[in-house]
Design a protein around this ligand. Structure first.
Ligand code: PLP
Length: 247
């Protein structure tokens, strides 16, 4: 019992220090470009982490959490979902899991096709809810990345915007992994440019949100206009995968 309490206390101290460090870096990056830190939502990416750590982070003031695998997320959401806390789906989503996602999650950041949007819309409607979504864009053009291309996005966005049970809030992207985050500044700038284009061409949505920036590159993403950063390792520590390297 004592060692359990010791473990809890050390997790609390570790997460408190990590969250404080991330928040102050968010503030610094925002200040460098004349933005307010309050414009930026911190999504703590809790994939592979036990729900106990989610509870600790929530008690330290984090309200938004991200998960990338439906089957891992559902038990955590079932166990812990206080009012005012939001669970974001951030990983590639197969349409056969869309019903569960529409039921359990508060937002889906990884809408990468019209087909997926249509199925999410149908299930959100059945749930009697309006599901906030972001469109995932493959800015870098890497073949391995999920997401819509620049060219196809305006056409698809127009059709998704017309779905009554989805609320399109903006765009999301994942930058390539690089050693120096300055190398992916063009990705974040590109996503912001696409948003401007959509604000003109698909004006029925406000396109407020830009979800971009992870542990390795969130300061650069904020300098380029991120309104949502998705941060895992800088908060919870390195992930240990048990024989499965899917991220
Ligand atoms: C894992 C993941 C993150 C967080 O990555 P870190 O490097 O741990 O900050 C952010 N976004 C997506 C889509 C992810 O899958």
């Amino acid at each position: 019992m004592d060692s359990m309490n010791d473990q809890l206390r050390s997790d609390e101290e570790r997460l408190a220090a990590n969250i404080a460090r991330v928040r102050s870096q968010i503030e610094e990056a925002a200040r460098r470009v004349g933005r307010a830190a309050e414009e930026i939502t911190l999504v703590a990416v809790s994939k592979t982490m036990p729900v106990e750590l989610v509870k600790i982070a929530y008690n330290l003031g984090v309200t938004d959490f991200g998960e990338n695998r439906v089957q891992d997320a559902l038990p955590k959401i079932a166990e812990f979902h206080p009012r005012g806390m939001r669970w974001h789906m951030i990983g590639h989503l197969q349409s056969n899991k869309a019903a569960k996602v529409a039921g359990a999650f508060d937002a889906v950041q990884s809408v990468d096709s019209l087909h997926l949007a249509q199925i999410l819309n149908k299930h959100a409607e059945e749930e009697g809810k309006i599901l906030p979504v972001l469109l995932q864009i493959n800015v870098s053009g890497e073949a391995s990345k999920e997401g819509m291309t620049f060219e196809e996005t305006p056409g698809i966005a127009r059709q998704i915007a017309a779905l009554p049970s989805l609320k399109v809030r903006g765009l999301m992207t994942i930058a390539p992994l690089v050693g120096d985050p300055a190398e992916v500044r063009y990705v974040f700038r590109g996503l912001r440019g696409l948003r401007e284009r959509l604000q003109n061409e698909v004006a029925e949505c406000s396109w407020d949100e830009l979800s971009m920036g992870m542990t390795g590159d969130y300061s650069v993403a904020i300098e380029e206009g991120a309104t949502i950063v998705r941060i895992g390792r800088a908060i919870f520590g390195e992930r240990v995968y048990k024989g499965d390297t899917t991220t």
